[in-house]
Design a protein around this ligand. Structure first.
Ligand code: ASP
Length: 373
């Protein structure tokens, strides 16, 4: 079982001259860390301080025309993101760090550890109200959930992206960034864990997922709902701060790497060899995106059990359906993910293994998310 000033000036320049050429990343190593560029806005002592950690993604991308919405190139830096929305500086003083500048499928554990450790240090400063992470949307929910578990703070951590590049007609990045900074600076956002905001919605990093590969209205959690909504760029929350059941924190101080965890996707005729090959390639844990409530074909199931019996590595059963629950299994080798989707189950398993949990403790850890009534 398993942008507005920037856009205005871009729009004006559209009529007068061609759009600026996209800035390609050095190929082929898209996942390399770029040189860190720190920025600091002028300080207005009456405003809170928010720090932006930029990692790339569509929000930092440019196309070759204002109608291009796929196939554009990432390359805008944190200073350009902030320059595009001068209204941000009416809300908070901004510090900025360029942590990476990549498409989010290339976000890796080196970047994640750097983000978690730098954000932990930043939020330990009394003068910082909250932080914003700008990120590609494809794996945004993974980074947001990772930070939710790896940074122990009550201050807001807001992860934000965009579905249209900065050069597009009706680009969504600038308003999303304005809202993210507003949220990070808001006292009402304290104690709610890491959050994801795009397209006016405010959702928990714990449960929010990307639902559409293309549309602007893609980030939400169907069953667990949203935390709040922006009206005229003011965040309104529906509830008092609440913590998801079973949420734990991991201390990554000094961590230099994380164990390899692979996700195997269940489907008709799934190759049962994938379990073995994955472990031979060094996986220290596996997550199965099972069909239905975590089902696998008979042969795949036998292969999974054999791998467990041989290696003892934890195998977590999640669901390939966007929503759902995988209940605890009578089969000892299967750890049920509960409500966590495969990509979030992978983060929890990775952090648990990094912290030294054994299989039984990992089973108990996942079960914290669905305690008996
Ligand atoms: N390819 C982009 C990414 O970095 C998609 C996006 O940001 O919307 O995830």
């Amino acid at each position: 079982m398993f942008t507005t000033l920037f856009l205005t000036s871009l729009a004006l320049s559209v009529a007068a001259s061609p759009l600026p050429a996209p800035v390609p990343l050095p190929e082929p190593h898209l996942n390399q860390l770029v040189a860190r560029q720190d920025i600091q806005s002028p300080i207005n002592a009456s405003l809170p301080n928010v720090t932006i950690f930029a990692t790339g993604g569509t929000i930092a991308s440019q196309g070759t025309s204002n109608t291009q919405t796929v196939g554009y190139s990432v390359g805008l830096g944190v200073q350009q993101l902030v320059d595009a929305v001068p209204e941000i500086l009416n809300i908070s003083n901004i510090r900025g760090y360029q942590i990476a500048n990549v498409g989010s499928p290339s976000i890796n554990q080196t970047i994640l550890l750097r983000l978690a450790q730098t954000i932990t240090e930043e939020l330990a400063r009394d003068d910082i109200a909250g932080v914003v992470v700008t990120h590609g949307t494809d794996t945004l929910e993974e980074t947001a959930y990772f930070l939710d578990l790896a940074v122990n703070t009550t201050k807001p951590i807001i992860v934000v992206g965009a579905m249209r590049p900065a050069t597009a007609l009706s680009a969504d990045g600038p308003l999303n960034l304005l809202q993210a900074v507003t949220l990070a600076a808001s006292p009402n956002a304290v104690g709610r864990g890491a959050m994801i905001t795009l397209n006016d919605r405010i959702g928990s990093a714990y449960y929010t997922t990307k639902n559409s590969a293309n549309s602007l209205d893609t980030f939400y959690s169907t069953e667990m709902g949203q935390l709040g909504f922006f009206i005229n760029q003011v965040p309104y929350f529906y509830y008092e701060p609440a913590v998801p059941i079973g949420k734990v924190h991991f201390d990554l101080t000094g961590a230099e790497s994380l164990p390899l965890i692979n996700i195997l996707y269940s489907h008709q005729d799934m190759d049962p060899q994938l379990f073995n090959s994955s472990v031979e390639d060094g996986a220290e844990g596996l997550v199965v995106a099972g069909s239905g409530a975590g089902s696998l074909s008979g042969v795949a199931y036998i292969a999974a059990e054999a791998v467990y019996n041989e290696t003892g590595i934890p195998i977590v059963s999640s669901h390939r359906s966007p929503d759902g629950f995988v209940p605890a299994s009578p089969d000892e080798f299967i750890i049920a993910s509960g409500f966590l989707n495969p990509q979030k189950a992978r983060i929890l398993l990775q952090l648990a293994l990094q912290a030294g949990f054994d299989v039984d403790s990992i089973r108990d850890l996942f079960a914290l998310g669905y305690p008996p009534p």
